[in-house]
Design a protein around this ligand. Structure first.
Ligand SMILES: Cc1cc2nc3c(=O)[nH]c(=O)nc-3n(C[C@H](O)[C@H](O)[C@H](O)COP(=O)(O)OP(=O)(O)OC[C@H]3O[C@@H](n4cnc5c(N)ncnc54)[C@H](O)[C@@H]3O)c2cc1C
Length: 434
């Protein structure tokens, strides 16, 4: 098959490797220039990924420090204690992308740089290629794999009747800044090397300060929905005041980006088109799972296409089913909990995190991306503490119940590609988030 991969997104690269190895004609069209892929900073990645998928761990990777949660308007720390051999890897993003791209190219995939994909070519009820590059060339193919990330212009160009959600809602993405700075001269490195600020300054979002080896400080500031320049500067200034270790030299040219944090798209395949990675919202950023989930999904996608050798939605659907049953279903519960957490008042969050309501083990479960499962035992166990803030207690029970129902519904994804059944299932899921 002739396959176009739009964007050198990490899930697309994993699929490219498998597909090229099988003999498909694979070309990646990437908008950045050669040598400009990825940033020279470190990402948190699930420690099991590299063994599961047999990817070489890039040189210089190291185990992450324990996370210390900081509730809003406090300087308290709740250390999430994870044994060192189960902590995430800190992996250099630029090296990982280069390595995955080289692997794909070695298997026969081609890459064309400085070529933005602009929109899809629609042929009746299927996708037939992409319009790309400065000259808006029409590039025809059997299958388009959309690995362009959250702002994918391809996903947005799909006709409404194909049933694919085009944009995340205002409470379904973060506006974020990320930069790496030097350490402030002579300032001692704090004991808590990794801090995650929940609703910093009461704003809905997460901010993070990580002291890295080599006297570097990795700073991440985010806010749900739009973040004005003034809001960013206020958050960043306060983060500096509370973390005086942050120096003034920007070592890696900080970037502003949009990050999806919602449940994954409920439809990621149509005839001749499939999405992987952030273009399918396979991310729940507070967990740092975007890279691992995208690579795993890319693996499932490559295997599905190689097995079926067809770009038809009914064949590609098997990829979506595998991804939902193995990974995505848990994100539906986490998303419902995230929405509640970020809408709660600062004193309520403090009560949940340090008022004895949630145990350290339960907080750890949430941080690790599993979510707390609704049970009668949970309702009874928590009543003693919960009655002090009964409204919040009742709300949390309701949220956990809804989250479990959403997760169960996600798992009940139709086994076969049947438009009527898929529409009904999508509607059922979307109701949980209204
Ligand atoms: C600041 C920040 C910090 C993050 N930290 C972590 C972390 O610690 N751990 C983690 O697991 N995840 C993290 N993520 C999320 C993670 O980067 C993504 O979830 C993951 O990379 C999957 O995204 P992607 O590869 O699909 O898309 P992207 O990473 O957005 O890559 C898309 C690629 O497509 C290209 N492209 C975009 N538009 C076009 C177009 N029109 N035509 C052609 N090419 C195009 C881009 O140049 C890019 O190369 C972070 C994200 C950000 C922004």
């Amino acid at each position: 098959m002739k396959i176009i991969i739009a964007g050198a997104g990490i899930g697309g690269l994993q699929a490219a490797k498998l597909l090229a190895a099988k003999g498909h004609d694979v070309t990646i069209y990437e908008k950045s220039a050669e040598g400009e892929l990825g940033q020279d900073w470190y990402e948190d990645i699930d420690y099991k990924l590299f063994n599961d998928i047999k990817i070489k761990l890039p040189e210089g990777s190291y185990r992450a420090e324990n996370v210390n949660l900081v509730p809003p308007f406090t300087d308290d720390y709740i250390e999430i204690d994870i044994p060192k051999d189960q902590r995430k890897w800190r992996v250099n993003r630029k090296k990982l992308i280069e390595q995955m791209l080289n692997d794909a190219v070695e298997k026969g995939a081609k890459i064309v740089y400085s070529t933005p994909c602009r929109k899809l070519i629609i042929k009746g009820e299927r996708v037939g290629g992409v319009v790309a590059g400065a000259n808006k060339d029409k590039l025809y193919c059997d299958l388009v794999i959309d690995a362009c990330g959250i702002n994918s212009p391809l996903r947005k160009s799909l006709p409404d009747e194909f049933g694919v959600t085009k944009e995340p809602g205002e409470d379904e993405y973060y506006s974020a800044f990320r930069g790496v700075f030097d350490t402030y001269p002579d300032m001692p490195i704090p004991k808590q090397k990794k801090k995650l600020f929940v609703k910093f300054m009461g704003q809905p979002g997460f901010s993070r300060v990580i002291c890295e080896p080599g006297d570097k400080v990795d700073v991440f500031v985010s806010k749900m929905g739009r973040m004005s320049r003034f809001e960013f500067e206020t958050l960043f200034r306060q983060l500096r005041i509370e973390n005086q270790i942050i120096g003034y030299e920007d070592l890696v040219r900080g970037v502003f980006a949009k990050i999806p944090v919602r449940y994954p798209l409920t439809k990621i395949v149509v005839d001749g088109y499939v999405a992987v990675g952030d273009s399918a919202f396979m991310n729940a950023q507070m967990l740092g799972n975007g890279i691992a989930d995208s690579v795993r999904a890319g693996q499932m996608l490559g295997e599905t296409i190689n097995e079926a050798n067809s770009p038809a939605a009914r064949s590609l659907w098997k990829y979506q089913v595998s991804y939902f049953k193995q990974i995505a279903y848990e994100r539906f519960l986490v998303d419902i909990m995230r929405r509640m957490l970020l809408k709660s008042k600062s004193d309520e969050i403090r009560f949940l995190l340090e008022g004895g309501f949630l145990t350290k083990e339960e907080i750890k479960t949430v941080v690790l991306g599993k979510g707390i499962i609704f049970s009668v035992k949970f309702i009874i166990d928590k009543f003693g503490v919960g009655r002090k803030k009964f409204k919040l207690y009742s709300e949390l029970i309701k949220v956990l119940k809804t989250g479990k129902a959403a997760m169960d519904t996600a798992k009940q994804i139709p086994a076969k590609y049947d438009n009527a059944k898929i529409n009904a299932w999508q509607k059922k899921i979307e109701k949980f988030y209204k």
